[in-house]
Design a protein around this ligand. Structure first.
Ligand SMILES: Cc1cc2nc3c(=O)[nH]c(=O)nc-3n(C[C@H](O)[C@H](O)[C@H](O)COP(=O)(O)O)c2cc1C
Length: 278
């Protein structure tokens, strides 16, 4: 540093020190500097934690898949990923034909990403969009749990609009491709205590043992307003509504109707059911 530069920086420092602390210029410089330092720290932390957040989100999804199939109760374990890898087979299905798609690593298929890609999605015509989701992926992930080589559970991803948000979850069926093993959600923004009760284990338990389709193979699973009347015929397809959250409950019914129907997993489920009967 030249003598002239050293003199000017000492002069600047002296000028800064001589300024009163409550001067507008000094307060502005301190505020802007503080904001800059804080924003650098926050951005740095966000960037550093991003991979961890992505990994935790994927793990939570796998936990919910295991939960919906009742595997978390069956095998008390803390190691979700190992249990998932050991017990769950991931396949990809073409929803139009209901046939499996041969891809080298089905675990990497990102259905939500595909639903946003115009080359890989299917814009749902308004009259068919009962779940209010506008578009879906052409190919969907399905999860198979086998015991001694035989299919024990099939888990399908389901999503649909509630009152405030799109609710994402998994519906697990038994090997007859009709009896519900469980329903669990991993993402939604419904109101805690109202629509958020879709996460309540007591409400989720009401789904277990219900039938997704009738004898003719039509999707019938629905949430009713109030309590299910067990003396009525359709009761095997019905689940109690959530008090004070009729709109979320209707959203869950609509989601079931869409994903179990012809425009969702219908063709695939019909094929599997035919195989399980044959
Ligand atoms: C702040 C607030 C949050 C609400 N959140 C939900 C919700 O998450 N899901 C829902 O179905 N209804 C919610 N509601 C209630 C709905 O507006 C509507 O009244 C309700 O779905 C009707 O259900 P009920 O016929 O069972 O009372 C909320 C209402 C308020 C005031």
């Amino acid at each position: 540093m030249s003598e002239k530069q050293a003199q000017s920086s000492t002069g600047l420092l002296a000028k800064w020190r001589s300024m009163p602390n409550d001067s507008a210029a000094k307060m502005l410089v301190v505020t802007v500097s503080l904001c800059f330092v804080c924003s650098v720290i926050v951005s740095g932390v966000a960037i550093t934690l991003r991979p961890m957040q992505v990994a935790n989100k994927a793990l939570e999804k796998n936990r919910v898949i295991l939960e919906s199939a009742g595997l978390l109760d069956e095998e008390k374990t803390e190691d979700i990923q190992t249990l998932f890898d050991e017990r769950v087979e991931v396949r990809v299905v073409d929803l139009g034909s209901g046939e499996y798609v041969d891809i080298s690593n089905p675990k990497t298929h990102d259905q939500r990403k595909a639903s946003k890609d115009p080359t890989r999605n299917y814009p749902i015509p308004n009259e068919r969009d009962v779940a209010n989701i506008k578009r879906r992926a052409q190919q969907a992930s399905v999860y198979l749990v086998r015991r001694e080589g035989k299919l024990q559970n099939l888990i399908i991803p389901v999503h649909g609009y509630g009152l405030w948000s799109t609710m994402y979850g998994f519906l697990a069926l038994e090997s007859d491709i009709k009896t519900v093993t469980g329903l669990s959600f991993y993402e939604h923004a419904e109101t805690p205590g109202l629509g958020g009760e879709i996460d309540n284990p007591k409400w989720r338990a009401r789904w277990v043992g219900k039938f997704s389709h009738d004898e003719q193979g039509s999707p019938r699973l629905e949430v009713v307003k109030g309590r299910v009347d067990d003396s009525r015929d359709g009761a095997v397809h019905q689940v109690d509504g959530i008090a004070g959250a009729t709109l979320t409950s209707v959203g869950v019914s609509n989601m079931m109707r869409y994903w179990l129907g012809d425009n969702g997993f219908g063709p695939y489920l019909a094929k599997l059911r035919a195989n399980s009967e044959g």
